[in-house]
Design a protein around this ligand. Structure first.
Ligand SMILES: NC(=O)C1=CN([C@@H]2O[C@H](COP(=O)(O)OP(=O)(O)OC[C@H]3O[C@@H](n4cnc5c(N)ncnc54)[C@H](OP(=O)(O)O)[C@@H]3O)[C@@H](O)[C@H]2O)C=CC1
Ligand SMILES: O=C(O)C(=O)[C@@H](O)[C@H](O)C(=O)CO
Length: 276
């Protein structure tokens, strides 16, 4: 089993440098995949109301027998934005998870046309004070959106989970996060197994270090100081993905991989994307 190193969030939580995405992990097979990942060393699990798998995640946590070592993430969907709505949404998530606490609670998308993410965030801060949430964070927030919630509440989110991979390295947003003490989490860190894994600079680094292209990409995230959450249903690929803490890329390799930048891969611009 791999021991994944942690970093300290701005609220003092020890946060793994790599976690497990769970999108599409559903049913008994999904539960078993998550249990296998935990047995292999994963300690950070990423779920959401909209993944319709909070029950599976909760069940995997119980089967693992190490609830206290795990950081369980879920996310408020756009349709539940607003103060009271968010509190009700958290009740629903806690019930489906079957847990006493959501360890990391994120606003899934800002949904700017709805314009209720500040009230949503206020509810999350209160839920944290009541002990029902561990860390409070957001997802898909831009710098102005982050500045707005910080100004409105005085509370800096612990995490912002955003699209981030070598095709979209988000250097400016990462620098802002660093200046505010916000941990960057990378969603779709493998660019969903697109042609990224066949890029020459990735293949060259893999050959130089005797590792796989996937491991090179995940190591690139780690060296940028982000927490990638690769999803895999397959035990062998889960093990491959977590085994990235015993080699280092050179600065030149990191720069070359960042040089693959070409922008977002999907229709996920937080200023316009609406996801309820
Ligand atoms: N906050 C947000 O708005 C969003 C959050 N997310 C979160 O991020 C997580 C990860 O992102 P996701 O979009 O799933 O994409 P990823 O970049 O993690 O890619 C997942 C794909 O890569 C495959 N894969 C995983 N490991 C390997 C490997 N070692 N070799 C070859 N193929 C591999 C998986 O297949 P297989 O399972 O068969 O191994 C799957 O098809 C999600 O599961 C979700 O938790 C994602 C999108 C948006
Ligand atoms: O998987 C998620 O968490 C999402 O929010 C996705 O819907 C994501 O927005 C996407 O797939 C965009 O194309």
């Amino acid at each position: 089993m791999v021991t994944i190193p942690t970093v300290s969030l701005n609220d003092g939580t020890a946060f793994p440098q790599l976690g497990l995405g769970t999108y599409n992990l559903r049913g008994e097979d999904g539960t078993q995949s998550i249990v296998t990942a935990i047995e292999g060393g994963y300690r950070l699990l990423d779920s959401a109301v909209n993944y319709e798998n909070e029950q599976e995640v909760g069940e995997a946590v119980r089967r693992s027998g190490i609830r206290d070592e795990l950081i369980v993430t879920t996310k408020v969907p756009g349709r539940d934005h607003g103060y009271d709505e968010t509190r009700r949404s958290a009740d629903g998530s806690l019930e489906r998870l079957g847990l006493e606490r959501i360890d990391l609670y994120l606003i899934h998308w800002p949904n700017p046309s709805v314009d209720k993410y500040v009230d949503t965030y206020r509810a999350m801060v209160d839920l944290q004070k009541e002990g029902r949430i561990g860390s409070v964070g957001v997802s898909n927030f831009t710098e102005p959106m982050l500045a707005r919630i910080i100004e409105a509440t005085g509370i800096v989110p612990a995490v912002n989970q955003v699209e981030l991979h070598p095709y979209f390295p988000q250097a400016h947003l990462r620098a802002f996060h660093a200046s505010q003490g916000i941990r960057t989490e990378s969603w779709s860190p493998l660019a969903r197994r697109s042609e990224l894994l066949s890029e020459q600079v990735v293949a060259d680094a893999a050959a130089a270090h005797g590792v796989t292209p996937t491991q090179v990409v995940l190591r690139w995230h780690v060296q940028l100081g982000t927490t990638p959450i690769p999803k895999s249903a397959d035990p062998a690929r889960q093990a491959e993905n977590v085994d990235v803490f015993e080699f280092s890329l050179t600065d030149e390799e990191v720069s070359a991989i960042s040089g693959l930048e070409r922008g977002r891969l999907w229709d996920g611009d937080p200023d316009t994307h609406e996801e309820m």
